[in-house]
Design a protein around this ligand. Structure first.
Ligand SMILES: NC(=O)c1ccc[n+]([C@@H]2O[C@H](COP(=O)([O-])OP(=O)(O)OC[C@H]3O[C@@H](n4cnc5c(N)ncnc54)[C@H](O)[C@@H]3O)[C@@H](O)[C@H]2O)c1
Ligand SMILES: [Zn+2]
Ligand SMILES: [Zn+2]
Length: 376
């Protein structure tokens, strides 16, 4: 049976800084190598807010945002073999083709196969599957999970255990995997290490979970919003500090607290000044700082080169260095085995109609993650 155009509820971003509006969108059937998915639930991540704000150089409008979802395959295009109708899947904004130079390198998860079209809000053939009254609406991060039905390339789907609750494991589509993966794949934290985590949103708290699982001896959590400290402690932070409580720089405070600095630090905010603090609180000779936060267009990081000459390392991490198709299903299994919990992160759930409230809660610092349930 050939699939036909579907009507779908979607939250459409018409322009930078404008609230999303709920629309009925036409979703064309998947073309060759593509899959149409019914999204069951989606988280709202700071990166969605970043693009909506207009600070994202790749932001294109009108578009359907959303990249932290989970759903069920509704139909498949020609030649699709790795998933079938009814499979449970997590959309991947970092695909895994298995054949490009990047996939074959064994050194990175940054598959480049569809990078160019994905960055332009298009499917690999250069067109979009979304429209309203014939007006094209762009895709976002190749995922567009703020539409109940969305189309993705086959290489952008991780097939997961069908028993997993989609309303929770959607968070593995971005935030939680990004934080945990940055600890285990990028930094490779070892038992006894001291770790500093800057920013205690969904990403920073996931770094704390990962660091606790890796056996870090001391986990220093830093935020200017102290309401985040309670959950940080629950997840494994040993010290919670607010930079506003000190006259000196936060890096000086941390270096003093730790007899010379931390083994690893993680910037989970997207603030270039904090990125500098995160590097400079690392221990001389070996400390490493991982940038996870996404800074605004045109911003630059700086430090004295002497910081690096004397052994500190600055690196970055996207999607926690995790290869989505081959490694994300394992994260779902680990969650199912009870190795970590996701419900702590879900401070709010709501229907798609209320999605602008999810952005407000994030900006007000009142939520960790809001999960949108399409059946609400
Ligand atoms: N690299 C990746 O693959 C990847 C993936 C997802 C998200 N991100 C980025 O990670 C960052 C965090 O995302 P999130 O969803 O956790 O965001 P969030 O808004 O939920 O959390 C950010 C936290 O930082 C705190 N903060 C803000 N300014 C601060 C300061 N000066 N000092 C200390 N704390 C401060 C806030 O109070 C908040 O608790 C964003 O930049 C997002 O775009 C990157
Ligand atoms: Zn995200
Ligand atoms: Zn590839």
């Amino acid at each position: 049976m050939t699939a036909s155009v579907l009507k779908s509820r979607a939250a459409v971003a018409w322009g930078a800084g404008k609230p999303l509006t709920i629309e009925t969108v036409d979703v064309a059937p998947p073309k060759a190598g593509e899959v149409r998915v019914r999204i069951v639930a989606t988280g709202v991540c700071h990166t969605d807010a970043f693009t909506l704000s207009g600070d994202d150089p790749e932001g294109i409008f009108p578009a359907i945002l959303g990249h932290e979802g989970a759903g069920i395959v509704e139909s498949v295009g020609e030649g699709v073999t790795s998933v079938q109708v009814g499979d449970h899947v997590i959309p991947l904004y970092t695909p895994e083709c298995g054949e490009c130079k990047f996939c074959k390198s064994g050194k990175t998860n940054l598959c480049q196969k569809i990078r160019e079209t994905q960055g332009k809000g298009l499917m690999p053939d250069g067109t979009t599957r979304f429209s309203i009254d014939g007006q094209p609406i762009y895709h976002y991060m190749g995922t567009s999970t703020f539409s109940e039905y969305t189309v993705l390339p086959e290489i952008s789907l991780a097939k997961i255990n069908p028993e997993a609750p989609l309303e929770e494991v959607c968070l593995l589509g971005c935030g939680v995997t990004t934080g945990m993966g940055a600890v285990s794949n990028t930094a490779k934290v070892e038992p006894g290490d001291t770790v500093a985590v800057f920013g205690l949103g969904g990403i920073g708290l996931s770094v704390i979970i990962g660091a606790a699982m890796a056996g870090a001896g001391r986990i220093i959590a830093i935020d200017i919003n102290e309401s985040k400290f309670e959950l940080a402690r629950k997840l494994g932070a040993t010290d919670c500090i607010n930079p506003k409580d000190y006259d000196k720089s936060i890096q000086e405070v941390i270096v003093e607290m730790t007899d010379g600095g931390v083994e690893y630090s993680f910037e989970c905010i997207g603030n270039v000044h904090v990125m500098r603090s995160a590097l400079e609180c690392c221990h001389k000779g070996w400390g490493e700082s991982v940038i996870i936060g996404v800074a605004g267009a045109g911003q630059e990081i700086s430090t004295r080169p002497f910081q690096l000459v004397t052994g500190r390392v600055w690196r970055g991490s996207a999607f926690g260095g995790v290869k989505g198709r081959s490694q994300l299903p394992e994260y779902v299994e680990r969650y199912m085995n009870g190795e970590f919990k996701l419900d702590d992160f879900i401070t709010h759930t709501m229907s798609l109609d209320d999605i602008n409230d999810a952005f407000d809660l994030m900006h007000e610092g009142k939520s960790i993650r809001t999960v949108i349930h399409y059946n609400k």
